[in-house]
Ligand binder design. Structure first.
Ligand code: NAD
Length: 380
């Protein structure tokens, strides 16, 4: 039986991405999948309805039909209560579910008997690399935050030799050299800055140096499980603060991206350190959404204090929606190869390691244990 996939317009404030771009729709329709797209779904990311039609999709102006008649609904943001109510029991919905901070939504999907896959739960194993939306969207965020820093900074980033004199290159400091941080380093290098970076995982040093940046190193290796960082001990935090104080005071642009899975972002730049920053210096805090790496960050705002700007941008991937959607969409295309097969159509056996790990809700139950535990605590 032909499987119907629905792609609605994202309605969360500020969300400009779309789950599928026409190129991927074409691959799916060629493979025999039916795709319905809400009219205007790609408009904010510059994919017109006509391109979806040309790719073989049916463009529907009735939003409730997209939700109500599709076996699989693909989204970027978690479905809101109205969207959940429009889906039939058994509908498979795939999105970034933000599970631990969206318990109410998870409970509603459970009660509506949907099958929900949370893309942020995909295991970071080699086979899942092509589906890894956290990496693709962090790549976009890492690029974008350097552009924000450069545009807020009153200086050039590159060295210039001109008839009007020589300009010294700016110094960019990147704290946290994971996926976003490495992209930030590469972008700042391309703009000609002198780049320094710091991470608590020793393995990050080699990657930082291979991009031509200097690695600031503490004599610790805080690599925890799954290649992620663990939280530092109090003593390690003191060493970290002492080392960072100097680098922070000398930087023109600071990009902070440090995160520890499932925890509040580590506090790296305290207000006393901001006070040592040069007038005109800029800090862009990519961790603004999860508590901030800087004590003075206000999510969604640019704070200016004594000439220093602290930017706390939210949903950075949405600020580059064309390519963020393209990458997200390719990730979904890869994920769908597990969910829809030539042999079985829409798969109902979720025992595959990748499906099992990302399955959040199924058969009226929350299948992801940490989220189920959180829900039980709140008794939602
Ligand atoms: P993340 O977003 O969880 O964290 C960002 C960075 O912050 C990490 O590099 C972390 O080490 C760092 N950090 C944490 N506490 C810090 C502190 N106090 N000071 C400075 N830095 C701190 O991480 P991520 O970008 O999603 O990736 C983390 C790791 O996972 C990397 O090793 C990456 O290569 C790996 N990864 C693997 C795959 C895969 O195999 N499929 C995919 C993506 C990422």
């Amino acid at each position: 039986m032909t499987v119907r996939i629905g792609v609605p317009t994202e309605v969360s404030p500020g969300e400009k991405r779309v789950a599928l771009v026409p190129e991927v729709v074409q691959h799916l329709t060629k493979a025999g999948v039916e795709v319905v797209v809400e009219a205007g779904a790609g408009a904010a990311s510059r994919y017109p309805d006509a391109a979806y039609t040309a790719a073989g999709a049916q463009v529907l102006s009735d939003r409730s039909q997209v939700f109500g008649t599709s076996a699989v609904v693909l989204k970027v943001q978690p479905p809101n209560p109205e969207e959940i109510a429009q889906m039939k029991p058994g509908t498979v919905v795939v999105a970034l579910m933000n599970a631990s901070r969206n318990l109410d939504g998870v409970a509603k999907m459970r009660d509506a008997k949907l099958v929900a896959f949370a893309l942020e739960l995909l295991p970071r194993i080699t086979r899942a690399q092509s589906m890894d939306v956290l990496s693709s969207q962090a790549t976009v965020a890492g690029y974008r935050c350097v552009l924000i820093g450069a545009s807020l900074c009153p200086k050039f980033l590159p060295m210039l030799t001109t008839a009007a004199g020589t300009i010294r290159p700016s110094k960019v400091l990147v704290l946290g050299a994971g996926v976003a941080g490495l992209m930030a380093i590469a972008t700042a290098k391309r703009l000609g800055a002198i780049v320094e970076a710091y991470d608590v995982r020793r393995a990050a040093g080699e990657q930082v140096r291979s991009l031509g940046a200097k690695f600031l190193e503490l004599q610790i290796n805080a690599e925890g499980s799954g290649g992620y960082a663990r939280e530092l001990t109090d003593d390690e935090k003191k060493q970290e603060q002492a080392m960072l104080a100097k680098a922070v005071g000398e930087a023109d642009v600071i990009i902070t991206t440090a995160a520890i899975p499932g925890r509040k972002a580590p506090l790296l730049v305290r207000k006393e350190m901001v006070a040592t920053m040069r007038p005109g210096a800029v800090l862009v805090d990519l961790a603004a959404e999860s508590g901030g790496n800087c004590e003075l960050t206000k999510p969604g705002e640019n704070v200016v204090l004594d000439g220093v700007t602290i930017a706390g941008p939210l949903n950075l991937p949405s600020q580059l929606p064309f390519h963020a959607s393209q990458m997200y969409s390719k990730n979904l295309e890869s994920f769908l190869t597990l969910l829809i097969t030539k042999e079985h159509g829409l798969v109902t056996d979720y025992s595959d390691e990748i499906l099992a790990a990302s399955l959040l809700v199924s058969n009226g139950a929350v299948t992801h244990k940490p989220t189920a535990d959180l829900l039980a605590k709140g008794a939602t």
